[in-house]
Design a protein around this ligand. Sequence first.
Ligand SMILES: *Cc1c(COP(=O)(O)O)cnc(C)c1O
Length: 366
Amino acid sequence: MTTPMRPYNFSAGPAVMPDEVLSQAAAEMLDWHGSGMGVMEMSHRGKEFGAIHEQALADLRELLAVPAHFKLLFMQGGGLAENAIVPLNLSKGQTADFVVTGSWSQKSLAEAAKYCTAHEAAHTRGNGHTSLADPASWQLSDKPAYVHICSNETINGVEYHALPDLKALGCEAPLVLDFSSHVASRTVDWSRVGLAFGGAQKNLGPAGLTLVVVREDLLDRALPICPSAFNYRTVADNDSMYNTPPTYSIYMAGLVFQWLKRQGGIAAVEARNIAKAELLYHAIDSSGLYQNRVARDCRSRMNVPFYLRDESLNDAFLSGARECGLLQLKGHKSVGGMRASIYNAMPLAGVQALVAYMRDFEARRG
Ligand SMILES: *Cc1c(COP(=O)(O)O)cnc(C)c1O
């Protein structure tokens, strides 16, 4: 194993960035491509930033294989703002359906209820959000304006490995995905999607940028009270420049997209993500000390929550991990335990180092 440049960072977000990307940004900090300006100092309407923006959009469309009848929007406010922006744009004040499989979809439902009738079509509270609800069991409303799911529950570690097919359920409504924490980690079947949104700070780049991928036919449904800066039609017609976009975050995300292309694209990255996740889940399942409670068919490849069977060892586990250069493994306060987020930028070597530490800790303390 080669010695890493830095400790391995398992933060759930904002999260690890590729070393190469940070180094390139550092090298370009004072002078981008001989322009005499750093990217933060450029007008968003100038030709230099225009080129950065265009390239980022083209690379993202290619990487995620987004069909031409979807718009790519760069917005602000993060995933939580989209919990309001989506119903403001899509609900028409009518009924929207929510499938609650963890903390994030629960939040989405609560926020949407301010703008429309938010109907809970299914939930997994009964087992503490350790599984998904079979789409065949969803109690969809008659003609929902849209159906919302969180395709990867960052806190609970539950992921849809296939997107639900609403048409097969007899529902014509668009499917809305909160894919904040697994965007660009796997391929997306866009034929099943109406809109997908995600904050950038898990897998795409720095906080401050929100990606929205929206089918063109959904652009003109906004409620009159929808703020102009959050109206998808307005944002789309102005190429995400209705107001000043988060220029530096877009630039950084663009560097991540180029890095993803150098990694071989999303399919290659997905294969690596599968290998990383299998290694970690196998280490957990084969141990006597560690435990993951999520059903095997919906375990997240990005966020791996786990518990020590003897919780009195939690602090020793975390401080030992820090000493070994394994950072930010503490679980979310709402669920406790540990969580290893292993986004695209976490190399296999980082997961190997974590597994080696876990085995060693169990041998000494378990
Ligand atoms: C992180 C996260 C959010 C929240 O994003 P903010 O940028 O903090 O608003 C929403 N949904 C999911 C699934 C997330 O992982």
